[in-house]
Ligand binder design. Structure first.
Ligand code: 3BY
Ligand code: FES
Length: 433
């Protein structure tokens, strides 16, 4: 785990321009929220609530940005944007990660304009102010200019943590301390898959015409999984159900799942891998859920047969049949760690009605495309699932925009959606109070 100590970022700028009355109105909407029901329409459509979300959620919490496999060498970077914020996440020469606000200290231009790349010093494209990898301003020449104190014009910094190869960023002056405790819980689950020995096989950037919360809500339930025929081959169709709620026509699937679960537990115990479900989605500032659950069919990967999609095992794993170690993290990410590959997902809010979903497939760094894995086969299930989810999210966004929309009740199998909303509402009430 690494960390950097940083100057605090400014807070309150996004809601600071709103009148007291407007802020009271927004707070009242949070206070009036009906438990057990989806949110009122403005939470999905309103510009001011979006600004408040960016400040109270993305500006205050730890947010998943990407993995070390995306920035394997010193000088490699990715940029991540949350609403109006843009951050540079850069692998520095010491092997750590610097997180810098992607806002030039001259007149504010974006410094790096690509979503990923490799850089030495960073040169702003407007008037060539040049920053080193720590964000220090090292060059700012102009004809006839008197020298000025460049030390006052470094790129602003944000915090970083790297846990099990996953990079988290926080723009808060004082990020929630709870994260370190949660990281200690999930690191033993994810660590054995060794992200530092993986490479990016493929990355998909999907713009969904929907509010970021609709993207997250959709991810947190499988009530709609009939709409995912490819994924349904891997997930047991009883996912999210309990002994009490499973319908009689799925009784045999339920039994098959129980057998697969006990087989998986036996394997995990043999290899010393944790598998228990730990679920604190709305009972912590850093809400999370982690588990290791079996996959249907051969039980190795997200293929129609359940058979492996890459021939190379990750890290020091000794078995392909390790199911999926899945993690749901508030506010914006979810992950599946398998024996043969890893998939990371992050939702980056763009505007009230638009979200970028970045999905990254990682395989062992010595796996050879076309020999050890076929890229179309590797990515098929989740590319299809993502497109289907995009449609669901967009249908909901259109619904929420209609004057006829009213919040509807969550079903039992949607308890994780409710937990996400409970977490969100609680965080926002604390922020706005
Ligand atoms: O990707 C996920 O974590 C979950 C699993 C089932 C529904 N959703 C797609
Ligand atoms: Fe970056 Fe002028 S805005 S150098």
């Amino acid at each position: 785990m690494t960390s950097t100590v940083n100057k605090p970022a400014t807070r309150g700028r996004l809601t600071g321009s709103m009148s007291e009355e407007r802020l009271d109105e927004i707070l009242a909407l949070f206070e009036q929220r009906r438990l057990g029901y989806s949110l009122d329409a403005p939470f999905y459509t309103d510009r001011d609530i979006f600004a408040a979300d960016m400040e109270g959620i993305f500006g205050k919490h730890w947010v998943f940005a990407g993995s070390l496999a995306e920035v394997p060498e010193p000088g490699d970077y990715i940029t991540v944007d949350f609403g109006p914020y843009s951050l540079i996440v850069l692998h520095n020469d010491e092997g750590g990660v610097n997180v810098l606000h992607n806002v030039c200290r001259h007149r504010g231009a974006r410094v790096l304009t690509e979503s990923s790349g490799t850089t030495g010093n960073m040169v702003c494209g407007y008037h060539s102010w040049t920053y080193d990898q720590e964000g220090n301003l090292v060059h700012a020449s102009a004809p006839g200019e008197v020298d000025f104190n460049k030390g006052c014009f470094a790129l602003k910094r944000a915090h970083s943590r790297v846990v099990a190869g996953l990079i988290f960023v926080s723009m808060a002056a004082e990020p929630p301390e709870d994260f370190d405790e949660v990281a200690k819980i999930f690191e033993p689950y994810l660590g054995p898959h060794e992200i530092s020995k993986t490479k990016v096989a493929y990355q998909q950037q999907l713009i969904e015409e929907g509010n970021w919360k609709l993207v997250m809500e959709n991810n947190r339930e499988c009530y709609h999984c009939d709409g995912h025929p490819e994924l349904a081959c891997s997930l047991f169709p009883t996912w999210g159900l309990t002994e009490e709620t499973v319908p009689t026509h799925l009784a045999d699937v339920w039994q098959r799942n129980l057998t697969a679960e006990s087989d998986l537990r036996w394997r995990c115990e043999r290899y010393g891998l944790p598998y228990e479900v730990i679920e604190e989605l709305d009972t912590r500032v850093q809400g999370f859920r982690i588990s290791r659950e079996p996959l249907d069919g051969d039980g190795e990967s997200f293929s129609a047969s359940g058979r492996r999609l890459s021939k190379k095992l990750l890290g020091d794993l000794r078995d392909f049949r390790l199911g999926r170690c899945s993690m749901h993290l508030q506010p914006n990410s979810w992950f599946h760690f398998l024996g043969d590959h890893i998939i990371t997902f992050s939702a980056f809010p763009v505007s009230p009605g638009q979200t970028l979903v970045r999905t990254t497939w990682l395989v062992a760094d010595d796996a050879v495309e076309g020999v050890d894995y076929d890229l179309d086969e590797l990515t098929h299930t989740w590319k299809q699932t993502n497109i289907q989810d995009k449609d669901f999210v967009e249908l909901c966004q259109r619904g929420a925009s209609s004057p006829a929309y009213e919040p509807g009740p969550y079903m039992k199998s949607e308890y994780q959606v409710e937990a996400f909303i409970n977490w969100y509402v609680q965080r926002m009430k604390e922020h706005l109070a």
